[in-house]
Design a protein around this ligand. Structure first.
Ligand SMILES: *[C@@H]1O[C@H](CO)[C@@H](O)[C@H](O)[C@H]1NC(C)=O
Ligand SMILES: *[C@@H]1O[C@H](CO)[C@@H](O)[C@H](O)[C@H]1NC(C)=O
Ligand SMILES: *[C@@H]1O[C@H](CO)[C@@H](O)[C@H](O)[C@H]1NC(C)=O
Length: 261
């Protein structure tokens, strides 16, 4: 004979077990790695001296940005004469996730580009840039790069795949750069998915929030042409820049894409 209490314990145990499975599963799926991607120490802009006014300004900015980095925008900007700074987190990384990425990025920068006045670092979930000039508000065409899966889709599928990815990119760009209902600004961020043959293809575009929507579109179009070789027919690729980024993969890499499955 089972008492009702042991039955409910059994039920609770199953419940807990199911929850754990769910958690493990979503962790695997979420794939929320925050991989280091790239950095640039801008040698031409020189180094600052320890104890200098530049270092003081930098330290203050780093501290202020840290307080701001947990905001729901996932974006912080300082544009000044002789000094500018930007933190842009990926659209699904705001709050604590953005702050974590920011802390990692600042540590990464001081290790990889010690004392450089101008430097940029990219991670999966954020980019951080410090510069000597007022470099925000305009498209940065210099600090860009592209990474892609070494594998291409099968030769027979290529024409259809290229047409799908081009179309997908255009759709995401439109979504990111148009002002939607009741919104004041274009989101400058869009995620989506589309089917290719039997597989699901996941995509994302994003621009840093210091540039207007027209510039966002220009940045995305420029880079997709510039990096055509790197992007075309690949089983996953992305370009990144100081101003905009595009990525597509055959697996979900954004929290929202997983929720939608
Ligand atoms: C997680 O991401 C890596 C590359 O960033 C990819 O190779 C891997 O397949 C992904 N795993 C899942 C479960 O999506
Ligand atoms: C800036 O911060 C670094 C690291 O915390 C510290 O070593 C340095 O003395 C600080 N400089 C100034 C001018 O406050
Ligand atoms: C692009 O958007 C159009 C119109 O909404 C849609 O019909 C098409 O399937 C989309 N294509 C891709 C690849 O996302």
């Amino acid at each position: 004979m089972y008492s009702s209490s042991s039955v409910s314990k059994f039920v609770i145990l199953i419940h807990v077990f199911a929850m754990q499975l769910l958690l493990i599963n979503s962790e695997l799926l979420l794939n929320t790695t925050n991989a280091y991607l790239n950095h640039k120490c801008v040698v031409s802009k020189g180094k600052y001296k320890p104890g200098s006014a530049y270092e003081k300004q930098l330290n203050l900015t780093i501290k202020n940005f840290y307080s701001d980095s947990g905001n729901k925008e996932g974006f912080t900007l300082l544009g000044g004469d002789g000094f500018s700074a930007i933190l842009q987190c990926r659209g699904d990384s705001y709050g604590p996730k953005c702050r974590d990425c920011y802390a990692t990025a600042v540590a990464g920068l001081s290790r990889r580009c010690p004392l450089y006045k101008a430097r940029i670092i990219w991670y999966d979930q954020c980019l951080v840039s410090f510069d000597t000039a007022y470099s925000t508000g305009q498209i940065d065409y210099d600090n860009i790069f592209c990474m892609s899966n070494a594998k291409k889709v099968g030769e027979r599928d290529r024409p259809a795949f290229i047409s799908t990815t081009n179309n997908f990119m255009d759709n995401l760009t439109i979504l990111a750069t148009r002002v939607h209902n009741n919104q004041e600004f274009a989101p400058l961020y869009a995620v989506g998915k589309t089917r290719f043959k039997g597989d699901m293809l996941y995509g994302m575009v994003q621009c840093t929030k210091d540039i207007p929507d027209k510039a966002c579109e220009e940045c995305l179009v420029f880079n997709s042409i510039h990096f055509q070789e790197c992007l075309t027919a690949k089983r996953g690729a992305r370009f990144m820049g100081r101003s905009c980024t595009y990525r597509f993969e055959f697996y979900p890499f954004i929290a929202k894409q997983i929720q939608n499955i």
